[in-house]
Write a protein of this length. Structure first.
Length: 195
């Protein structure tokens, strides 16, 4: 399998790579290698070594944390450098998925998905932005790139979008914008408390 790209792997490692591919639902062996190498660039060295030589680490169990995102009024992301966290069990990650730490309680819902202050939120840039999804969105305001996490409600045939907090507290307001002025960075997969 990997021999096709000039790499000689042991039979055990070839099986590990096949398992890796099967778990990610990838179709080709070159996709496996490309996905693994992309993911490996963002993993701690020890994790890569454990996976390659011992087969003991799950290379997709950690996700990069890009920074802090406002869960209230839109503002700029406060970035973090080289930070990884363990993703919740039973979540299959891809290298393009990322986490943000939510600051604020506008998404602390009484029912349904609730994202409270200090929680990690996992986003998938490939997940469809369906009406009613919760998304990481960005837009320009006062010459600055602002971002937030909000429930996305399209209206007027998709020309306009409401960015709605899920917290019923009247302090948190719905923001209505032209859809073309909003960049949808990723759709929420799950949120969890660090632990």
């Amino acid at each position: 399998m990997a021999r096709q790209i000039g790499v000689r792997l042991s039979d055990d490692l070839e099986q590990t790579v096949r398992d890796f591919r099967d778990n990610l639902h990838l179709k080709s062996e070159s996709d496996v290698v490309t996905t693994f190498l992309t993911a490996a660039q963002k993993m701690p060295f020890e994790t890569v070594v454990d996976f390659l030589y011992k087969g003991t680490a799950n290379p997709t169990s950690r996700v990069r944390v890009e920074g802090y995102i406002p869960g209230g009024e839109a503002d700029e992301i406060r970035p973090l450098d080289d930070t990884l966290t363990r993703a919740p069990d039973k979540i299959t990650l891809r290298p393009d998925m990322y986490a943000l730490i939510v600051v604020g309680n506008s998404m602390a819902a009484l029912n349904g998905k609730s994202i409270q202050d200090g929680m990690f939120a996992l986003f998938d840039p490939q997940k469809p932005r369906d009406n009613g999804c919760i998304a990481h969105v960005e837009f320009e305001e006062d010459g600055l790139c602002k971002c937030t996490v909000k429930k996305v409600l399209f209206k007027d045939g998709g020309e306009w979008v409401d960015l709605k907090p899920t917290n019923p507290d009247p302090r948190y307001k719905v923001r209505t914008m032209r859809t073309e002025d909003v960049v949808f960075k990723g759709v929420l997969v799950t949120a969890w408390r660090p632990g």
